[in-house]
Write a protein that binds this ligand. Structure first.
Ligand code: HEM
Ligand code: HEM
Length: 234
């Protein structure tokens, strides 16, 4: 896509917004929601691990994995490929642990599982992410497809990768909305500091995701051949 902009400035914005979003979700879960725990008498603390790991572990690490080719454009391609693969694997594992904590909280408090659109999209997202990882690994790392197959698979890998990434962002947005709606229904002030904090965190995540997508689509250098030619006029 000939956007006419370089990826670099968008990666800087993305890094800054990642730090802000991470700080906001931690402040919310620790200061307002009482903290994080894997084992606790207060089962809410087990739930709190879910948004923290889904945002910081799954989405932010996954974003850094996607942007690595643009963040380190001069580093050897085999090295960036390895960083891309490893960061995505860590994101996948932390995402799975985050989902486990949501199930653990539900099971230990007698709440039903998988009743919401958020949870269905969540299972879909993490499954597609896992499939994308396995295909990426087999095609581009080991045993590696033939060069012509790799060449034609790469645009699909990038497109489907961005699709599953946007699905993860949408799932997280629904998660923030759902949790805040539960809290507001059980009495927290709709215009109070916690409501603003959660809504602004979700807005920062939207801006963060947008900058990651532009960084992925824009070229590292403007003089690079652009993959998308304008439609010729008749
Ligand atoms: C891409 C990131 C996310 C994924 C893949 C995801 C996935 C899931 C899944 C699979 C469940 C179902 C657990 C069960 O049925 O026992 C769940 C529950 C839940 N998640 Fe998330 N989640 C994500 C991010 C978030 C975020 C950022 C929040 C914000 C607080 C959140 C809030 C919730 C809530 C309130 C529940 C319990 C209600 C329900 O099952 O819908 N999630 N999540
Ligand atoms: C769920 C996991 C994955 C997702 C979401 C994902 C996503 C992406 C995206 C969005 C791009 C485009 C980046 C850009 O153009 O700047 C990309 C490029 C690439 N990915 Fe993945 N990827 C995943 C796993 C893997 C794995 C396991 C490998 C194995 C090595 C891999 C190898 C590559 C390669 C070789 C490129 C091309 C880099 C270039 O343009 O030179 N990916 N990936």
């Amino acid at each position: 896509m000939g956007l006419g902009v370089r990826a670099a400035p968008f990666t800087y914005v993305a890094h800054a917004l990642a730090v802000v979003a991470a700080a906001m979700v931690l402040y919310w879960c620790i200061h307002f929601r009482g903290g994080l725990a894997f084992e606790a008498a207060n089962k809410n603390l087990i739930f709190n691990v879910h948004p923290v790991l889904m945002l910081i572990g799954f989405i932010i690490l996954g974003s850094e994995a996607i942007m690595v080719y643009k963040v380190l454009p001069t580093v050897n391609h085999d090295t960036t490929k390895l960083i891309h693969l490893i960061l995505h694997a860590i994101a996948l594992v932390l995402g799975a642990v985050g989902i486990y904590c949501a199930f653990k909280n539900h099971n230990e408090t007698g709440i039903a599982n998988l009743y919401s659109l958020h949870s269905w999209l969540g299972i879909g997202t993490i499954s597609l992410y896992g499939i994308q990882w396995i295909f990426g690994f087999l095609a581009f790392f080991f045993p590696k497809a033939a060069p012509n197959v790799r060449k034609s698979a790469l645009p699909w890998h990038a497109l489907l990768g961005i699709f599953v990434y946007i699905l993860a962002l949408a799932t997280a947005e629904l998660g923030f909305l759902e949790k805040l709606t539960f809290l507001q229904s059980s009495g927290i002030d709709k215009y109070g500091p916690e409501s603003f904090l959660v809504n602004f965190t979700a807005l920062v995540v939207v801006l963060f995701g947008a900058s990651v997508v532009v960084a992925a689509v824009a070229p590292a250098r403007l003089e690079e051949p652009q993959g998308y030619a304008p439609i010729p006029e008749n």
